[in-house]
Write a protein that binds this ligand. Structure first.
Ligand code: 9MR
Length: 461
């Protein structure tokens, strides 16, 4: 074969496919320029940094200013719960959930859904139900809410807090539990059918200490689900800490042991009561624990300022009541900037049907950038995760153009997008514009149809 410019350009494609096929663990390069926001700092190792958001605070400019600047993932603090979304049976109400979701997505942030099924914050009509009627009402709720938000949610807390506190290691008694022990897997199956693109998580508190019976109970459930093919992709560790419930010394072990079952782990509601350097050190340690586990894909704090917290008197968050950064903020940012194990590429696998991962790359060139795509395709749709790698010079902005021939893009995150089919261009958002020489950042999009042949090309801007 004669080496034409075109065939030379194919060489990096082959090299990248080979790397992807072996799924090597990525070690994030040390940050050349420390990032100055939590979201940007987390993105350096392929992770997110999120916060709980309350719809009632979206008119507060200090709050929204910090939200837009610092975070790249959002959880509705109460607005997507059962009582909020189905106040009367079969009458759904998404106004406040949508306010939070749209605010986040308009800013290029992703959304964690919280929570589809829970013994608490049930609407009044559900609280007194039992048996088959309750089981069906719960499954209908999961199906309707996950369908409404289909394609817009990164991960759902499908079931929240189903295990008992204390030494039993068993399930918590509740009306849902009394419908039969299989209620949790039934909820996961319904969620998968409704939104195959969302990661599906089990979420709980007091599951941080590896020695606790509750932790072991949840671990056995996840192990059982994985062995029987019940669709579960992630486990959320709420991580509400204070003196009575301290950060355990084996926290990282717990995260790693769950990750070893083949699920992502996420810190979903982090807050740590305290102040000053003692609190800062704890936030730093929790962040480092996540960064040390390749399948720990992100951290969410449970509110922005101390005054926004569900336990404000414990001043458990990263910003004080005036919106100033606390020592805990600096410790968290520093830990994120210190880097860690890159996120595991296999963690993008979320589907029940066919999943193929293909990677294509354009010719690197000098001083520009390259884009590689990891595609997770199922029968009706796909999620594409695109990695942008800077060439020999730092980027202060980038544009990636992909060919969407047999599909329609339904949502995207961490990038601005023009169009939804044909030649679609994605450009950086504020927090991921700057990429150091040789460094990487990621964005993603989801679509219906066949996502093959995207052939992304990257240019500096
Ligand atoms: O922060 C939430 C608070 O505003 C609500 O009043 C409370 C009601 O149960 O729920 C809080 O959020 C909880 C979360 O949904 C699940 N884990 C525990 C959180 C703190 O209670």
């Amino acid at each position: 074969m004669k080496l034409t410019p075109k065939s030379v350009a194919l060489i990096p494609i082959i090299a990248t496919v080979a790397t992807a096929a072996f799924g090597a663990t990525l070690i994030a390069p040390p940050a050349a320029n420390a990032a100055t926001t939590l979201g940007a700092a987390a993105q350096q190792s392929g992770r997110y940094f999120g916060t709980a958001v309350a719809a009632g605070r979206l008119g507060d400019s200090t709050y929204v200013g910090i939200l837009n600047r610092e975070f790249d993932m959002v959880t509705a603090e109460n607005e997507m719960k059962m009582d909020a979304t189905e106040p009367n049976q079969n009458q759904f109400s998404f106004g406040n959930g949508d306010r939070i979701l749209n605010q986040a997505r308009n800013q290029g942030k992703r959304v964690r859904g919280h929570a589809l099924a829970w013994h608490s914050q049930q609407p009044g009509w559900m609280q007194n139900m039992s048996g088959t009627a309750l089981r069906n009402a719960m499954l209908n709720h999961v199906t309707q809410v996950a369908t409404y938000y289909k394609g817009k949610i990164y991960a759902w807390d499908v079931v929240n807090e189903a295990y008992a506190d204390g030494g039993s290691g068993g399930r918590r008694d509740s009306n849902l539990q009394r419908t039969g022990n299989d209620w949790i897997e039934a909820a996961f199956r319904a969620a998968r059918a409704a939104d195959p693109g969302a990661k599906l998580c089990y979420n709980d508190y007091n599951t941080d200490n590896w020695s606790d019976a509750k932790t072991q109970g949840v671990y056995r459930m996840v192990q059982d689900f994985k062995s029987r093919g019940v669709p579960i992709d992630c486990v959320g560790f709420q991580s509400h800490f204070n003196n009575n419930s301290p950060v355990p010394s084996n926290y990282q072990t717990t995260l790693q042991n769950f990750a070893n079952l083949g699920v992502d782990v996420q810190i979903t509601e982090l807050d740590i009561e305290g102040s000053g350097s003692a609190q800062a050190q704890k936030f730093g340690n929790v962040t480092k624990a996540c960064l040390a586990v390749s399948r720990c894909t992100g951290i969410t704090v449970w509110g922005i300022r101390d005054s926004d917290s569900w336990r404000a008197s414990g001043t458990p968050l990263l910003f004080d009541s005036s919106g100033n950064k606390k020592a805990a903020y600096n410790a968290t940012l520093d830990a994120l900037n210190a880097g860690g194990t890159g996120t595991d590429p296999t963690s993008t696998t979320t589907t029940t049907t066919t999943t193929t991962t293909t990677t294509t790359s354009n010719n690197p060139g000098t001083g520009g950038c390259t884009a590689t795509v990891s595609l997770n395709q199922w029968n009706e749709g796909f999620v594409a995760t695109v990695k942008v790698t800077a060439g020999s010079s730092a980027l202060s902005g980038w544009a990636v153009t992909a060919t969407v021939s047999n599909a329609t893009v339904t949502s995207s995150w961490s990038a601005n997008r023009s169009g939804n089919s044909g030649s679609v261009t994605f450009t950086n958002v504020d927090y991921n514009a700057n990429v150091p020489a040789g460094g990487t950042t990621e964005f993603g999009f989801q679509g219906s149809g066949n996502g093959s042949g995207l052939n992304p090309s990257c240019s500096a801007r």
